[in-house]
Design a protein around this ligand. Structure first.
Ligand code: HEM
Length: 291
């Protein structure tokens, strides 16, 4: 069992090669610290001290350590249920209240407003679908030729979206729409995912989880609302799964939980900290709907 001793953990976090600049660092995150512990959300206050003290001067950290040495080990939110629940907890806090009731983030960008308030365009939605397809193509080819053997677990989960999106784009073409080339939100994210998958498996898994699971939750709601507004309620293939979706999701949750069982606490925290970046990249693609 991994030690949760605050001092040891904070020191080992600093020492990890992981904390060199991440391959897809170029996205305009506020600063390194905001990736490490998101400033604008309050979940850090519910995290064990071991995670919170990483930004404290070491002198202060030592005091915390001395006063907490005898306290029982704290659990991370969601930990008892498995690592997916931990990832979900962090993701939900990064929603705005308008997006989801568990959300805590302030609305800062157009796509963070309530979906019913959106004014989508068909051309913008097509740009979103094209860039989403590039992201799913990338994820699905990564697990087909896994850089780390455990990625192979995530082949043919039934959550794949690439073929469904190809059918939808074909439908738009038949309706007379020109299909655009992928734009920078999609190409940047695809490049980032490729690099992470080769060098940074914990970060990659965070993106993998968020992309597939977000689409089955908020993504579906977006699809419904947008279709009501601009597609005469046409139900796209992107929002249809073969088989029982809740069972498919549970199968993937089980596999993710199993994979993460062999991770150290530091690796788990590192994966959780990637969530903010996942929101930023996906948010840029979502914003295309409003372009
Ligand atoms: C307009 C944008 C979005 C809306 C309206 C939205 C809305 C929602 C809602 C309503 C849920 C379900 C909450 C529940 O279980 O009670 C959810 C879950 C979730 N969302 Fe979002 N979301 C949005 C964007 C995102 C983005 C950008 C990401 C990350 C890339 C994300 C990741 C997730 C994840 C991981 C879950 C948990 C899914 C699960 O429990 O299976 N969401 N979202």
């Amino acid at each position: 069992m991994v030690s949760l001793n605050p001092i040891t953990q904070s020191q080992s976090l600093f020492n990890k090669t992981h904390f060199q600049v991440s391959p897809c660092h170029s996205l305009s995150t506020d600063n390194f610290q905001s990736i490490f512990i998101p400033k604008r959300v309050s979940f850090q206050f519910q995290f064990p001290l071991s995670l919170r003290i990483v930004n404290m001067p070491m002198k202060a950290a030592a005091v915390v350590s001395a006063t907490t040495a005898e306290k029982p080990k704290k659990r991370y939110p969601g930990e008892a249920k498995g690592f997916v629940e931990e990832m979900r907890f962090v993701a939900m806090k990064l929603h705005t209240r308008e997006q989801a009731k568990e959300g805590e983030k302030e609305v800062e960008k157009p796509e963070e407003q309530a979906v019913p308030k959106w004014e989508p365009s068909v051309e913008g939605y097509l740009r979103f679908l094209v860039d989403s397809k590039l992201v799913y193509d990338t994820l699905e080819s990564i697990v087909e030729k896994p850089a780390y053997p455990f990625y192979a677990e995530f082949k043919n989960t039934g959550l794949e979206r690439s073929e469904k999106l190809a059918k939808d784009l074909e439908w738009f073409k038949k309706q007379g729409y020109a299909i655009p080339e992928p734009s920078s939100p999609g190409t940047n994210y695809a490049q980032c995912l490729k690099e992470l998958s080769e060098k940074d498996p914990q970060a990659f898994i965070c993106h993998f989880y968020n992309i597939y699971f977000a689409h089955t939750a908020g993504g579906r709601m977006i699809g419904k609302k947008v279709s009501e507004k601009i597609l005469n309620k046409k139900e796209l293939e992107f929002y249809k799964w073969d088989g029982d979706l809740s069972q498919l999701l549970q199968n993937v949750r089980d596999k993710l939980n199993k994979v993460a069982e062999s991770w150290t606490r530091e690796e788990k925290n590192y994966c959780l900290e990637e969530t903010e970046k996942s929101f930023k990249y996906s948010g840029e693609i979502l914003r295309l709907i409003l372009s």
